[in-house]
Design a protein. Structure first.
Length: 164
C-alpha cells in the first residue's frame, strides 16, 4: 500500500475520532445549557446532524477498507475456491458500480446545490458541503473496491486479511 494511501487512512481515522469527540462535547454542552440554564444553543442540533452525515459516509469507507461490511457467505460454503473467487469478484464489481452511481448522482446533486446557493436554515452553512460527503466517500470506496477487485483476481478469496 502506498504512502499516500496510508496517510489518507490515518487522516480519515483522526477526522472520525475528532468529529466524534466534538459531537459529544457539543451535545453535552447543549444538555447542560437546556437543563441547568433553561436555554439552548440554536446551532448545536443542526451542526451535530451535519457532522453525523460525514461520520456515516467516512465510516462506511473505513468499514470497506477493513472489510467489516455485512456480506452473505451462503454460496461460499458450497462452492470450491474458484467459484468463491468468481462470486466475490462479481459482488465487488456490483458494489463498485453502485459507488460510481453514487459519485455521479452525488456530484450532480452537489453541483445543483452550488448553482442554487442553498444554505442551511440555522447556521447558514452551504448545503453543498453537507451533501459532498456522499460523492467524496463513494469515490474513496470505489477506489478501495478497485484495489480489492485487483487483489481478489491476483490472490483469490484468501486475500481478505490485507489492507486496501
Amino acid at each position: 500500500m502506498g504512502k499516500l494511501s496510508r496517510y489518507y487512512n490515518k487522516l480519515e481515522e483522526y477526522l472520525l475520532v475528532a468529529s466524534l469527540i466534538f459531537t459529544v462535547i457539543i451535545v453535552f454542552i447543549q444538555v447542560i445549557m437546556r437543563y441547568l440554564f433553561n436555554s439552548s444553543l440554536s446551532w448545536s442540533e443542526e451542526l451535530t446532524r451535519y457532522i453525523f452525515i460525514w461520520q456515516t459516509w467516512l465510516g462506511a469507507s473505513v468499514g470497506l477498507r477493513e472489510r467489516k461490511h455485512i456480506n452473505i457467505e451462503l454460496l461460499n460454503g458450497v462452492l470450491k475456491e474458484r467459484g468463491q473467487k468468481v462470486i466475490n469478484i462479481i459482488a465487488l464489481i456490483i458494489w463498485f458500480c453502485f459507488c460510481i452511481f453514487l459519485v455521479l448522482n452525488g456530484n450532480e446533486l452537489v453541483m445543483d446545490l452550488v448553482k442554487k446557493g442553498s444554505v442551511s436554515s440555522g447556521m447558514r452553512i452551504p448545503m453543498y458541503f453537507v451533501y459532498a460527503a456522499l460523492p467524496f466517500s463513494a469515490g474513496i470506496m470505489a477506489l478501495r473496491l478497485l484495489g480489492q477487485i485487483y487483489e481478489m483476481i491476483v490472490k483469490g478469496p484468501k486475500a481478505k486479511e490485507s489492507e486496501v
